[in-house]
Design a binder for this molecule. Structure first.
Ligand code: ZN
Length: 258
């Protein structure tokens, strides 16, 4: 059981929020832990670096080159990841971030592929690793969003041209989507008044970078994560609690003082 958020730190974050206009929320698997999802590292850490049944590393099984050479293997493990999201939905943490769009200019940068920020209603959303529910044809312009994979043949093919279908996710060895990177740069250029890092160990430079940069520019920073991470030493405020409990406490402090 995680500790409740420290009320003194919550009060100081709420005080900073009261003066803020533009907010950046950087989120990782930990924000979806309250929805019952495993906190895996990136797309593959579900397996904790163990080999797959086929004796590949999970990074190899979930790589762009495996999807080309042997799509059945990649889809098998994509299916397992999708299955871990199935039946789960966004939680209070996602909902509060979306709710704050009414009061602040909010940008969400997530490395999660569960689609929960979109489901919760976040509009200015950068899904750096994509969304496992979005499918694309590798040949024609067919695209679809599926609620889950239960109706799909494995591996799925395009209903129009019968070529391979892939999910809109960044597999191991693949480059990040340029549109998402450009979106992030545009947002960073405009600056933020407060930066939150929530539920991510910040192993990726594009996830840690905006926090470190904000800290160096004197922009207030908050980390919500039960454990210490790569950005902990840079942040002004640290809550070692769950994402949902922390954001509920901050929302309450903000409302009480308003
Ligand atoms: Zn097609």
């Amino acid at each position: 059981m995680l500790n409740p958020p420290d009320p003194a730190i919550v009060a100081r974050i709420a005080e900073t929020l009261r003066r803020a206009r533009r907010l950046l929320f950087i989120t990782g698997a930990g924000i979806s832990a309250d929805s019952g999802l495993p906190t895996y590292r990136g797309i593959g850490g579900l397996y904790n670096d163990q080999a797959t049944e086929e004796n590949f590393s999970i990074e190899t099984a979930l790589s762009g080159s495996m999807l080309e050479a042997n799509p059945a293997i990649t889809w098998k493990y994509l299916h397992q990841i999708e299955n871990s999201c199935r039946g789960a939905r966004f939680n209070d943490a996602h909902a509060i971030i979306a709710e704050w769009q009414d009061r602040f200019e909010v940008c969400v940068l997530t490395q999660n592929i569960d689609g929960f920020h979109r489901d919760a209603g976040s509009r200015n959303l950068i899904e750096m690793h994509g969304d496992i529910h979005d499918l694309l044809c590798t040949r024609c312009d067919y695209a679809a969003t599926v609620p889950d994979y239960s109706e799909l043949d494995m591996p799925p093919s395009c209903p129009r041209c019968h070529a391979r279908v892939r999910p809109r996710v960044v597999l191991f060895g693949e480059v990040l989507p340029s549109g998402a990177i450009q979106h992030l740069y545009r947002e960073l250029d405009q600056g933020f008044d407060l930066v939150f890092s929530i539920g991510t160990t910040s192993v990726f430079p594009y996830i840690a970078g905006p926090v470190v940069q904000a800290s160096q520019m004197g922009v207030p920073t908050v980390e919500i994560n039960p454990t210490d991470t790569n950005v902990t030493r840079f942040v002004d405020y640290k809550l070692a609690s769950s994402a949902a409990a922390s954001l509920r406490a901050i929302r309450e402090a903000l409302l009480n003082a308003a």
